[in-house]
Design a protein around this ligand. Structure first.
Ligand code: NDP
Length: 472
């Protein structure tokens, strides 16, 4: 067997612990830096450096077995990761996060399975302080792996994004969960000679639960589900860390578990929905069915007239959404904003927490285009100022501006906080058609008297308006 890759270093255990402390301190620092767009990139690099320290020191310990297999795994993982991250489109990032998260959960479940086989080899008893984390990591890791795959499939449109429901689904899921718990209790009681068959049965039941838990959730709620499954993966990894007595895995898993939980709660707060409603209401089934829209008149506008409205305004607020990401319009929008500012127009950007398809999506795009951070206004900050805004320019956003969220208690998005562009003096909406957004529902904003629709690709429209502003 090939030795562990760095076994020749054979550091003593105090040195290993010291390196692990350095590694997770870097993780924490990295997460801290990730809280602001200006430092997020550096935060990623710091956390990656922490991971490198953790990997190098782990590979140098003598508990590592087949070095050749480990090197092969590292090479394959690095190759796939580098190619995927270079090729992924910004708009496909949520799917990629879902896949990576699933792989993490699956890895935790596989580690636990291997540890179960290892410690129970030859019919020996498994101490409960190791067996309980093994079972926890097996179940949660498996749920996370399969659930994340379904989330990926929905976002990638490989499977229907609408909720896939059948009568009695929640009862079936409840029974599955009860069976898994019962299996774990029996395994725990029999920890002197646990049944391999029952263990594999629990693993499979958790896989089925992962699928059946996510299938009935609508595509629009996938980001929250991914965030929740991310928290699950963290907890599964932490439990695997307890089973392996590996401190860095415990700390890293706990960090992922707690930050995933906080993100889940923040996102559900931004949508004004409880976690229970998000997971069990089958959101999207109604809206997908209600595809028929009545024909209503709208006012449309061209780039030249839009430039006049904007060029002679005192204050303009841009409200970006998913369409800006699709069109990659951020640089053209920045050019337009610069042109307006040169004319003395006050320019701001209103950022909705779930605009786009992932948390922070708009911040990332606008940071890439060098929009100054002080111009980015959170929803709670900009909404009170909206009535003073001369023109609100909605760029490829839809759901996050839909007044039905506050005016129609029967709307599927009722109660979701929105950017209140309907309070501005005038509104220009740039999108290609009257098609609905992610929630699949019509937007009354488009039909209001103060709204002018500019039907075009966001990038082309922003460039055209910027050119016209130059001419004024
Ligand atoms: P929406 O999905 O509501 O609307 C996007 C709009 O962009 C569409 O109506 C589309 O209209 C328009 N569009 C698409 N391509 C272009 C283009 N090239 N140029 C101009 N417009 C374009 O986006 P929002 O950002 O308003 O709302 C986000 C939605 O996604 C919410 O429902 C949220 O819950 C959900 N969600 C959020 C996630 C997050 O974490 N941020 C993740 C996943 C979902 P048209 O086709 O007519 O051009």
């Amino acid at each position: 067997m090939i030795q562990a890759p760095l076994a020749a270093l054979s550091p003593d255990s105090d040195f290993v612990t010291a390196c692990y402390i350095v590694a997770f301190s870097l993780f924490i620092l990295g997460i801290r830096q990730g809280t602001h767009p200006s430092t997020a990139r550096r935060g990623n690099l710091i956390a990656a450096a922490g991971m490198l320290v953790a990997i190098v020191i782990t590979l140098s310990t003598d508990v590592i077995g087949n070095g050749g297999l480990i090197l092969l795994g590292i090479l394959i993982g690095t190759g796939v990761g580098v190619v995927a991250s270079l090729r992924v489109q910004m708009t496909d990032m949520p799917q990629m996060v879902a896949l990576y998260n699933g792989v993490g959960g699956g890895a935790a479940a596989l580690i636990s399975w291997s540890e179960f086989r290892h410690v129970s080899a030859g019919g020996s008893s498994i101490p409960l302080d190791i067996f309980v984390p093994i079972l926890f990591s097996t179940v949660i890791g498996s749920v996370s792996f399969w659930g994340s795959n379904i989330a990926f499939g929905k976002l990638q449109a490989i499977i229907p994004s609408r909720p896939v429901q059948f009568p009695g689904q929640h009862i079936v899921n409840g029974l599955l969960l009860a069976a898994i718990l019962a299996g774990c209790i029996v395994l725990g009681i029999d920890h002197d000679s646990p049944s391999q068959g029952l263990y594999v049965g629990v693993l499979i039941a958790a896989a089925v639960l992962g699928n059946s838990f996510v299938l009935p959730i609508g595509g629009a709620d996938m980001p929250v589900v991914i965030s929740l499954l991310n928290a699950f993966t963290g907890l599964a990894a932490a439990a695997a860390g307890f089973a392996l007595d590996n401190v860095v895995l415990i700390v890293a898993g706990t960090l992922v578990g707690s930050s995933g939980t906080i993100l889940t709660l923040e996102m559900s707060r931004a949508m004004n929905r409880s976690i229970g409603n998000l997971l069990f209401s089958g959101f999207g089934a109604v809206s997908a069915a209600a595809g028929e829209r009545e024909e209503r008149p709208v006012s449309s506008i061209g780039a030249e007239d839009a430039a006049i409205k904007l060029g002679y305004a005192d204050s303009v607020v841009f409200v970006p959404g998913y369409g800006m990401a699709v069109a990659q319009a951020q640089h053209a929008v920045k050019e337009l904003a610069d042109g307006l500012q040169k004319r003395g127009v006050e320019v701001n950007f209103a950022i909705h927490p779930v605009a786009g398809r992932m948390p922070g999506h708009m911040n990332v795009l606008l940071a890439e285009a060098d929009v100054p951070y002080e111009q980015l206004k959170e929803m709670d900050e900009i909404n009170p100022e909206m009535p003073q805004m001369d023109v609100a320019v909605v760029i490829g956003a839809n759901d996050v501006t839909n007044p039905a969220a506050k005016d129609d208690p029967n709307s599927p998005i009722a109660g979701m906080p929105i950017i209140e562009v309907d309070e501005a003096k005038e509104v220009i909406v740039i999108k290609r058609s009257l098609s609905p957004g992610f929630a699949g529902i019509d937007n009354d904003l488009f039909y209001e008297d103060k709204t002018s629709m500019l039907f075009a690709d966001a990038k082309g429209a922003a460039s055209d308006i910027a050119a016209q502003v130059e001419e004024l």
